[in-house]
Design a protein around this ligand. Sequence first.
Ligand code: FAD
Length: 431
Amino acid sequence: MVIHWFRRDLRLDDNAALYHALSQHENVQCIFIFDKNILDKLADKDDARVTFIYNQLMNIQNRLAEIGSDLKIYYGHPDEIWQNIIQELKPSAVFTNKDYEPYAKERDQKIAELLASNDIIFNAYKDHVIFEEDEITKDDGDPYVVFTPYSRKWKSKLAETHIASYENKKYFNHFIKTNSSPKISLEEMGFEENSMDFPSITTQVGIIKNYGEKRNFPGIEGTSRLSVHFRFGTISIREKVRRGKSLSEKWLNELIWRDFYSQILYHFPHVKNGSFRSKYDAISWKNSKDHFDAWCQGKTGYGLVDAGMRELNATGFMHNRVRMVVASFLTKHLLIDWRWGEAYFARKLLDFDLASNNGGWQWASGSGVDAAPYFRIFNPYTQIQKFDKDHTYIKKWVPEWGTNQYVTEIVNHKEARELCLKTYKEALDNV
Ligand SMILES: Cc1cc2nc3c(=O)[nH]c(=O)nc-3n(C[C@H](O)[C@H](O)[C@H](O)COP(=O)(O)OP(=O)(O)OC[C@H]3O[C@@H](n4cnc5c(N)ncnc54)[C@H](O)[C@@H]3O)c2cc1C
C-alpha cells in the first residue's frame, strides 16, 4: 500500500500527488496530520482556520466512505507520528504535494530522510502553484524581483499542460478498501468550533468578468473571495487559471502575484524575518503599544482603516484595497514595525499565507520587492474619495462614523506624514 499525505491540498479532484498515487498504485490510503508544532502556536482556541480544515477533512472522509475507503487523521508532532505510521501501515511509498514555506521544507526534509531509512520512497509534486521555485527566472538564471517582467515570462511559458486537470476520478477504485477509523475531535485537540461563515467555493462568472472595473471598491462584491480556498487547496489553481485566461486578464494577474510571492519566499527566505531590502531594517519605528491596540481594534479615527480592521476581526477577511490602506497606515502614519502588522494579519486572516502576507506587508512598508517608493504615502482621505465615495463600506463596519460618537483621529495626517518622511529618510540616508 501507499500513502497520500494531505496538507494544503484538501481536495480529491484535480490533485497532482493524489493522481500520481492513484494512477500508479491500487491501494492508496489517505492521511492527514494535525501538526502540534503549528497548532500550539495558535493564540485563539476558536481559530476559524482549524474549523475550516476540520470541516474540509470531514467532507473528504464522507466522499471516501462512499467509495468504501477512509481518511486517517492523526494529531501530534509529524516526526513522531510518522514513526508510528511506518510501523502501523508499512507503506512502500508516500505521495504528497510540495509546501514551499521554510518550516514545511525543513519538516519534509526530515520526514523524507526517515522514510528513506526505512526504504520508503517520498514523492513530492507541484500542485499549489503553476510555476514553482526556479521555473520562471531571468535569462541569466537569477530570480525576478519585479512583478511585470516576471508575469510576462510567466505568460509566455504557460502551456496547456501546465493547466490541464488531473483526472483523479478515473482511478477512484484504487483507494484502499477499509472501514472508517475513529476521528479525533476539535475538542480533543484543545480547539472549539468556530461558527463563522466561510467564503463560498463557487464564484459567479460575472465577478471575474467584471473584475477589472470592480476589484478596487470594497463596498461591492467585486472580487472572488476564493483566497481561503487557494490557501488550503480546496480548489485547484489550474482550474482557476483556465478561468482567468478565458474571462479576465486582470484576475489572472492576481493569480500570478501569488506565484510571484511564492518564488520570492523560496529564493529569499530571509524575508520571513527581515526586510527584503536590508537597509529598511535601520528604520527607527515608534512602536507605540496604544496606537497598535487602536489599529487592531479599528479605533484610529480614520474611517477606511477602522472599517478594514473591524471587517478583519469579524470575518477573517479584508478587501485587498483596504489591506493596502491599513498596512500603509500602520507602517507610515503610526511608524509601527511592519512585522507587528504582519503577525496580527497572520493571526486573523482565514487566507493567511506566509508568502503573500509577507509580500503585501513589505510592499506597503516600502521594504519589499517591487515596493512603492517610501515617500508615496497613501492618503487615507483620498482613498475614501476614490474607492468608497458613498461610504457604503465604511458605514457597514463603522456605523458611528461621521457622528460625534466616533473616536477622534489618533494622529494628525499631515504631521504623521512629515514624521514618516523624516524617519524613513534618516534611516535610508545613513546606510
Ligand atoms: C498587507 C497585505 C497582506 C496580504 N496577505 C495575504 C495573505 O495572507 N494571503 C493571501 O492569499 N493574500 C494576501 N494578500 C493579497 C490579497 O489582499 C488577497 O489575496 C485578496 O484580498 C483575497 O481576496 P480575493 O480572494 O477576493 O481575491 P481576488 O482579488 O479575487 O484575487 C484572486 C486570488 O488571487 C490571489 N491574489 C490576489 N491578490 C494578490 C496579491 N496581492 N498577492 C498575492 N496573491 C494575490 C489570491 O489567491 C486571491 O484569492 C495580502 C495583501 C496585502 C496588501
